[in-house]
Design a protein around this ligand. Structure first.
Ligand code: SF4
Length: 351
């Protein structure tokens, strides 16, 4: 069965242009796009990777990281194959750099929704590899999930076209953990990526009513110099405002990038800089220090939420307000009380 993509345009001589992400691949007949998931077959763009999943797991939302979205909930988290970026430090290169299997088994969206409900998840989350590879599948899946009150989340490099984002939000995807890969100066890797578009998209999602948290993986020797740090923090504050959470994460050597892991002192310096320019919710991740993952009231300083090992260990809000000073705290969804960490790793074989 062929799954025709929704977002493309026909050019002359059966050539098509994919409009799912800002790569905007122009494909001759039989040609496959950069992400390896869309192919021009006889002048039609076909989603080769529709429902072809590489992993399915029930996972805490805090691991994404999303700290202000359905706190302490779990999402049925899944991935496909391929990517539209090729980051030399990719932590999931076994998925992102892989081709689709030759004889793929497709998991219908109905099956994934059924499974999420069966294992007691509150939502669905496309993660591990870039969700643009699963775009048409996601629209069907989130639409179905919405009818069963499951939230829809993407962990993404944020390189979708604006039209693609509009469709995702309309289908029910309202949570976005978005990577900040770099700045215009950081061009030795990802040379063809326009980093401004990632912030443009984050702004667009906020305007469409989505919940957005930004993740800055501070990669040694790529995006960790002062000019790049200033650019990223400035864009975050100027375009997204003070209340959009910023996760400043430690990088570890992976794939072909062998520079040393980010030092804690550098991460703390970036955190302080972000707080100084006025970003209210700044977290430092991948360092195993729970205090750096606490939510405090930006007005009176009261500790409101603490976390440990991706679970909420203390949650003290009065609705969406600080119980001490009444300051409004941006939280989407409700706090799920007493939910243990899922220990299940599900194989797609069982779905
Ligand atoms: S989704 Fe894939 S095929 Fe489409 S523009 Fe992006 S990289 Fe190219």
């Amino acid at each position: 069965m062929e799954f025709q993509a929704r977002l493309y345009e026909k050019l002359e001589d059966d050539i098509v242009r994919c409009l799912i992400c800002e790569r905007r691949c122009i494909l001759n007949p039989n040609q496959i796009g950069i992400c390896k998931n869309y192919q021009n077959l006889s002048g039609k763009l076909i989603h080769l990777g529709y429902g072809v999943l590489s992993a399915v797991e029930s996972r805490p939302i805090e691991i994404k990281p999303l700290f202000h979205y359905w706190p302490n909930s779990t999402a049925l988290t899944f991935s496909g194959y391929g990517c539209n970026f090729y980051c030399p430090w990719c932590q999931n290169d076994h998925l992102s750099f892989s081709n689709l299997p030759e004889d793929p088994k497709r998991i219908p969206p109905e099956r994934l929704v059924e499974y999420a409900l069966k294992v007691g998840d509150e939502g669905l989350c496309a993660s591990f590899n870039e969700p643009a590879t699963l775009y048409d599948y996601l629209l069907d899946l989130f639409e179905l999930g919405k009818r069963s009150n499951l939230y829809g989340v993407l962990v993404t490099n944020g390189y979708f076209t604006e039209k693609a984002l509009e469709n995702l939000v309309e289908a029910g995807a309202d949570g976005y953990s978005m990577d900040i890969k770099g700045c215009p100066k950081a061009c030795n890797a990802l040379a063809t990526i326009d980093h401004v578009k990632v912030f443009r998209n984050a702004r667009k999602l906020i305007d469409l009513g989505g919940h957005v948290e930004m993740v800055y993986l501070v990669v040694t020797g790529f995006n960790d110099d002062e000019e790049c740090i200033e650019w990223i923090l400035g864009k975050h504050f100027d375009l997204l405002g003070p209340d959009i959470p910023l996760h400043i994460n430690r990088y570890y050597p992976a794939h072909v990038w062998r520079e040393p892991a980010t030092s804690l002192s550098k991460l703390l310096r970036i955190m302080e800089k972000a707080q100084r320019i006025g970003i209210n919710y700044v977290y430092v991740g991948n360092v195993g220090v729970p205090e750096l993952e606490e939510t405090r009231c930006p007005k009176c300083g009261k500790t409101l939420i603490t976390r440990h090992h991706y679970r909420v260990t203390y949650y003290h809000l009065d609705g969406d307000r600080c119980p001490r000073c009444g300051c409004k705290i941006p939280i989407r969804g409700r706090f799920i009380e007493g939910k243990p960490l899922p220990h299940l790793t599900l194989s797609i074989m069982f779905i």
